[in-house]
Design a protein around this ligand. Structure first.
Ligand code: ZN
Length: 272
């Protein structure tokens, strides 16, 4: 759903105001975001009609095993992609810009209302919007990662010699790979630990644009609820979480989250 086509009704705005009160009262708020937020930035979902994989074909299901078997070949493919899904994905992600929802989450973090953003998206849009305390479960398509020490690198920091692939980690000598978590690849343990620590402290979780069905992110909101915390869902569509959530705001993140920032600022003004 395009945020531009969405009408904010007084009833929804009243719900957003309730959500702002919950957020303003929270000791540790955490956001969990998924593909729905990126759709509003022009990134289609992977599957389904108009999906990236529907259009360009699916990446290999054993992508990570292939990388481990022959990292040099995987790097040659990365440097000169022949597969159309890799080209299509790179072009689509390269064009995308953060939307009002990404910017609103960065603003909540800056104003001290949001401790972390956990995202399932690899598109770098939270980073571009200014979020700092970011946990990218499936990695970031722009970054590189050492498979041994898990350090992340900007591409410019790693010298890639086409004659000597794969490039090696300047810190530990481990094999460097794209940070995006491939099919068959475990979630990097440092990110997973960060997520569990954030969820354990979290007493208010904003769940935005995710159907909450993919492990392990799917469990996070339910874990917060089990501990007596609040969960606020922001999604134009009903999900498995909708009926369990403390509040469900039916609308796109690009419309709902800027209003939430507005109401949180007012709620804090009234406290003083
Ligand atoms: Zn390393």
């Amino acid at each position: 759903m395009d945020a531009a086509d969405f009408q904010l009704t007084p009833a929804l705005d009243a719900e957003i105001q309730r959500a702002a009160t919950l957020l303003a009262d929270a000791r540790c708020a955490v956001a969990l975001t998924g593909a729905g937020l990126s759709v509003e930035s022009g990134i289609p979902p992977f599957r389904g009609p108009g999906g990236l994989w529907t259009k360009y074909g699916e990446p290999p299901l054993d992508g990570y095993q292939r990388f481990l078997r022959d990292p040099a070949a995987a790097w040659r493919e990365r440097l000169h992609p022949r597969e159309s899904w890799a080209k299509g994905l790179a072009e689509t992600l390269g064009r995308a810009k953060p939307n009002a929802g990404h910017l609103a989450l960065a603003e909540l973090e800056r104003s001290g209302r949001l401790a972390h953003v956990i995202t399932q998206n690899v598109d770098d849009l939270h980073r571009q919007a200014g979020s700092k305390a970011l946990l990218e479960i499936h990695g970031n398509h722009r970054l590189l990662r050492c498979l041994a020490c898990h350090a992340r690198f900007e591409p410019a920091a790693i010298r890639v010699d086409a004659e000597r692939l794969p490039p090696l980690c300047p810190d530990c000598g481990g094999v460097i790979k794209g940070d995006t978590v491939q099919f068959g690849e475990p979630i990097p343990p440092d990110v997973l630990r960060g997520c569990y620590a954030a969820v354990e402290r979290c007493d208010c979780m904003l769940v935005i644009g995710t159907t909450a069905t993919v492990h392990p992110a799917a469990e996070f909101p339910f874990e917060v609820l089990r501990r007596g915390g609040r969960v606020i869902e922001v999604n134009p569509y009903e999900s498995e979480l909708t009926h369990a959530a403390t509040l469900s705001l039916t609308g796109p993140g690009g419309t709902v989250l800027p209003r939430l920032v507005h109401h949180v600022a007012r709620a804090r003004g009234e406290e003083r």
